[in-house]
Design a protein around this ligand. Structure first.
Ligand code: NHR
Ligand code: GAR
Length: 210
């Protein structure tokens, strides 16, 4: 049984999709804890209602990123994680933190990396005139949104799209892709070779709207 610790900052809909898939599909894993840097994160209530341990490490209570990350790591390690999952987690992590969880920390980023690392990805894709947009699940490394890519989901950008309509279309695919990618990890079905990540069961690493 592998322990998964999920980090959130807000709504937590990706976390929710993962909690449901883990139970419904009987993964060889449990969601050991959900940790938020924001005390008001809506996702904390969902986790608590489902009997999952929750914790808050409020970044505003720490003088710098190193001390915040040290406390975050202490809390996470209390749950003996095999995998740390960033799901809408909004704080940039220090190199010491990413090294500690190297090869066992995943993020979902709402763009087709390497395009649009960082924030406000949907508006940037619209402004750039992109005809496709999407999301990427990647291993977390010190360099922001640059780690080895596990899976990508592609959606069209439609005429008249705004940030709300595009992000909703992408989010629906995130909810399909992220639980699948995490399941691959806990089942030991990912092989990382430099920047390349291979899914060993022959499942598609590209998700498109059904
Ligand atoms: N940390 C490292 N080292 N590497 C990555 O790949 C990371 C990471 C931390 C978070 C998620 C990422 C995303 O998917 C992520 C990947 C927050 C920011 C940011 O600028 C950027 C990227 C991501 C998350 N955060 C501001 C900060 O100063 C705060 C913004 C806010 O609170 O709204 O930390 O997009
Ligand atoms: C998701 O779209 C995720 O890809 C994105 O925020 C949303 C979180 O939704 N992540 C980032 O922007 C990270 N900087 P959720 O809280 O409902 O899962």
């Amino acid at each position: 049984m592998k322990n998964i610790v999920i980090l959130i900052s807000g709504r937590g809909s990706n976390m929710e999709a993962m909690v449901k898939a883990c139970a419904a599909e009987q993964w060889p894993a449990r969601i050991a804890a959900v940790v938020s840097n924001r005390p008001q994160a809506a996702g904390l209530a969902f986790a608590a209602q489902h009997g999952i341990a929750t914790a808050v490490v409020d970044h505003k209570a720490y003088p710098d990123r190193d001390s915040f990350d040290a406390e975050l790591a202490r809390v996470i390690d209390g749950f003996a994680p095999d995998l740390v999952v960033l799901a809408g987690f909004m704080r940039i992590l220090t190199p010491g933190f990413t090294q500690r969880y190297g090869g066992r920390m995943l993020n979902i980023h709402p763009s087709l990396l390497p395009a649009f690392p960082g924030l406000h990805t949907h508006q940037r894709a619209i402004d750039a005139g992109c005809h496709v947009a999407g999301a990427t699940v990647h291993f977390v490394t010190a360099e922001l949104d640059h780690g080895p890519m596990v899976a990508q989901a592609v959606v069209p950008v439609l005429p008249g799209d705004d940030e709300a309509s595009l992000s909703a279309r992408v989010l629906a695919q995130e909810h399909r892709m992220y639980p699948r990618a995490v399941r691959w990890f806990v089942e030991g079905r990912l092989r990382v070779d430099g920047a390349r990540v291979q899914q060993l069961g022959g499942e598609a690493q590209v998700f498109t709207a059904p």
